[in-house]
Unconditional design. Sequence first.
Length: 100
Amino acid sequence: MDFNDLKAFAASHDNYEIRVITHAGSHCYQVELEDVEGARHLLTRRGKPVVFRSLEDVYLELQRAGIHRAFLVQHVPHDEVIGREAHYRDPLTSRVPLVF
C-alpha cells in the first residue's frame, strides 16, 4: 500500500489499526495497516517497503495521511528462539499506544 492509498483508506474507513513495527535492538521502523478483515498491508514506495530511521519520521508521515494514533510493536527474537508463541496483539505486553 503506497502513501496515497493509505491516505485514501484512512479518510474513508474508521475500523483499522496502524502498527509501527520494529525489532529489538533496531532503530528502523515500518508501518503496517491491518483492515477489518485482518489483511495486513505494509506501507510501500515504488513497490518496496518503506523503512523509517526514527519515530519522528513515522509521526510526520502518518500525520500527512491524517492518522493520529497507532501502536508501536516491538518484535523480540527471544520468544521465537525458545519456541514460545509471540503475542503481539496483547495490549499490555507488547504494544505501546502512540498518539501524535
